[in-house]
Design a protein around this ligand. Sequence first.
Ligand SMILES: Nc1nc2c(ncn2[C@@H]2O[C@H](COP(=O)(O)OP(=O)(O)OP(=O)(O)O)[C@@H](O)[C@H]2O)c(=O)[nH]1
Ligand SMILES: [Mg+2]
Length: 313
Amino acid sequence: MVDFSRLKTVPTAEELMDRSLRRAAKKMRLKRNRKRADEEFIRAISSALHDRLVAIIQDLPEVDGLLPFYREMTEILIGRDRFKKSLGAVGWAAWQIRLIGSELARRARGAEDTGPVRRQAVARISSIVHQVNDALRFLNEARNQLRSLPDIREEFTVVVAGYPNVGKSSFIRRVSTAEPEVAEYPFTTKGIIMGHRKIGRESVQLIDTPGILSRPAEERNWIERQALAALLNVADIVLLILDPSETCGYTFDDQLRLKRELEGALQTPLVTVVNKADIKALEGYPNMSTSTGEGVEGVLSLLLRCRASPTSP
Ligand SMILES: Nc1nc2c(ncn2[C@@H]2O[C@H](COP(=O)(O)OP(=O)(O)OP(=O)(O)O)[C@@H](O)[C@H]2O)c(=O)[nH]1
Ligand SMILES: [Mg+2]
């Protein structure tokens, strides 16, 4: 399990400068030796900033060390390259600030008039921090995305998949604690949503995913790619929901094509069921209606039976 909820807000350049200036000034008020005050001020502000920047880097996770699902989600939602580059930029700033700090502190020590050296130090340090402001802002957005990633537990996991608008979220609402939005347009669900269901003493994890279309990987949008990340990396069983009524807005043939593609791509069992049986039932598949509730618990028991014998029915 990964705990992203502890990740701290990444400050902007402005906030960093304000806080460090205030802190360094406060430290100076406690000092008696006015002669060396400017030299010490330069040291204090540069080391405070250096430490803050290093702490920002250390607080964020090492993307390459994450579990595959989280690694892929990071790629889809954040972009691994830009994430790494931004961390690199912040590391560069920390290093530069330390160099400037020790160089100008030394200069202040030898100077007659230390005021100009102190002002120069603040200006140069501030310029470095502002140079990485875009990186800091990006890292804060990344931090917000990471915090919103689902908390996947070590539990039996059913991932619900299918074309958009077929009733995946309606199913999840009926059988689990999750309450995803249900609406009559495609791509209502735009991320991975976790649900849980207690069965006896055990808990099953049910994951709602965005709709996916049958099309080449390179044409998939960022919403579909999240669904695939869940299907391929965290599912013990995939539940594929088909809508033969085609009120979802997509043909049944297209949905069957997706079924074949998933059968080829998945390492885990795939259970296929039909939804919206209140409009159109179909022989050869378990039927349910997530509107009336008919057949829904039956589908859930079917999934649990697969858990007992992990071969597809
Ligand atoms: N008649 C009927 N309509 C249903 C049934 N299940 C869902 N719907 C309707 O189908 C539409 C889509 O339902 P959702 O549960 O949002 O479908 P989804 O697969 O999660 O859709 P996306 O998140 O967009 O991929 C909604 O208008 C539901 O009310 C059903 O069993 N019968
Ligand atoms: Mg949905």
